[in-house]
Design a protein around this ligand. Structure first.
Ligand code: PMP
Length: 438
């Protein structure tokens, strides 16, 4: 069954000579699944990839989220082509930016004002600056296992308990910066209470992925976001939602307006960071929130943030086109229908082969954890069988199924996946589970 990936191996050796680690983002390496050459893809269309050796794959990576319409969707491609023909970068305002800003505001009502940037990292980084400018406080509370991009403040792990200050998660981050961050467990209001009791006076913001996408897909427990918003606001701090993954992922809106969560009024953030899907596959980020808070941002206010590429017509056009596709009748329902079929089939197949598997599904996305316990926080996500995942990943790859090379990443369906793709994936999974037992 094993596919030949000779050319990927050759290209990997060459890439290693020129590009650090051979990849332009560490999550693309196969380090977490036993190492070796990652697959070098050459072309993508719809739900499929073709690698440099001509092998075809069904893709569930969706480029870590943005490609929700599938690769090279005709409507998105047409918008990008038209933008290219009209010039890709102006350095002046355009009407397109107003159109996309309005689309975001209509779908996510807590956004009175938005600003476009170039990545999720930038969006998150700036929400923190704005929150600090507004509250005139310095510290940030975040949740263990949530990923918020690679800026200094959010690449900080927990200290030895919820009420200790953070330690840097990466070399190059000064301890003085890590000391501005407190990390508490997700779905644990007591941890947040403890941190606020101890450091509250200096806390500018509590930052959270309202539905987690970075240690699998994890829903907040009932009351968690309500309690978080209430405690944070009582403390005079701002609530920042990182919706870089979740915006437009589950419905035409974001987690803060998702029907799977109740009590929307009680879970509205002050600031929201966006990215991924809103750029239709081109580089983008955005942040926004309440008018009086956003007015801290230059040129209106004292918090500086700028960008040569920000709001460029190509990314904005792709974003508009992508959201237009997602506005279509029944689009999310169909992704969900196929995902239910896939997850139910995967679970049944794992059970048949006596392989413990916990699936967390949220509409058209899910995570599959090799364990026999629920996954509701980072500790539980870590306590899963990484070797089993690595074996499954490789068996699936050999059978033409492309997953993210990490046990923490989600599977994303797109509007391009079909019933036949699901059937083929389930057949590959059955063979993979069987092979894992040998
Ligand atoms: N926030 C979240 C929730 C993310 O998942 C990511 C990226 N995976 C980021 C921020 C950073 O976005 P980018 O990679 O576009 O900088």
């Amino acid at each position: 069954m094993s596919k030949s990936r000779k050319r990927s191996e050759v290209l990997y050796q060459e890439a290693l000579q020129h590009i650090v680690g051979g990849v332009n983002s560490p999550s693309r390496s196969f380090k977490a699944v036993g190492g070796g050459a990652p697959v070098f893809m050459k072309r993508a269309k719809g739900a499929y990839f073709w690698d440099e050796d001509g092998n075809q794959y069904i893709d569930y990576l969706a480029a870590y989220g943005p490609i929700i319409t599938g690769h090279a969707h005709p409507h998105v491609t047409k918008a990008i082509t038209a933008a290219a023909e009209n010039g890709v970068l102006y350095g002046t305002p355009t009407e397109l930016e107003i159109t996309l800003a309005n689309m975001l505001k209509e779908a996510i009502p807590s956004l009175d004002k938005v600003r476009f940037v170039n990545s999720g990292t930038e969006a998150v980084m700036t929400t923190i600056r704005v929150a600090r400018a507004y509250t005139k406080r310095n510290k940030i509370i975040k949740f263990a296992g949530c990923y918020h991009g690679h800026s200094d403040l959010v690449l900080v792990a927990a200290g030895s308990g919820p009420s200790t200050l953070g330690i840097p998660d990466s070399a190059g981050i000064p301890t003085s910066i890590a000391h501005e961050v407190i990390t508490v467990p997700f779905n644990n209001l007591n941890g947040l209470r403890e941190a606020l009791d101890k450091w509250g006076e200096d806390v500018a913001a509590v930052m959270v992925e309202p539905i987690v996408g970075n240690f699998g897909m994890v829903m907040p427990e009932p009351g968690f976001l309500e309690g978080l918003c209430q405690m944070t606001h009582e403390n005079g701090s701002l609530v920042i939602y990182d919706e870089v993954i979740t915006a437009f992922r589950f419905h035409y809106g974001s987690a803060q307006t998702y029907a799977g969560l109740d009590n929307h009024e009680a879970i509205q953030p002050d600031l929201t960071a966006l990215g991924k899907i809103i750029g239709g596959g081109l580089p983008i980020g955005a942040y926004g929130g309440r008018k009086h808070i956003m007015e801290q941002v230059a040129p209106l206010g004292p918090a500086y943030q700028a960008g040569t590429m920000a709001g460029n017509p190509a990314s904005i056009s792709a974003g508009i086109a992508c959201l237009e596709v997602l506005k279509g009748e029944g689009v999310y329902e169909e992704m969900e229908r196929l995902t239910i079929k896939l997850t139910e089939g995967l679970k049944a197949s794992a059970d048949r082969n006596a392989i413990p598997l916990t699936i967390n599904r949220i509409r058209g996305s899910f995570s599959a954890h090799f364990c026999d316990h629920p996954v509701t926080n980072y500790d539980e996500a870590q306590d899963t069988d990484g070797e089993a995942f690595a074996a499954f990943f490789r068996h699936m790859l050999d059978r033409g199924i492309n997953l993210a090379p990490s046990k923490y990443e989600a599977w994303f369906l797109t509007t391009s996946h079909t019933e036949a793709d699901i059937d083929a994936t389930l057949a590959a999974a059955e063979e993979s589970f069987k092979a894992m037992k040998q």
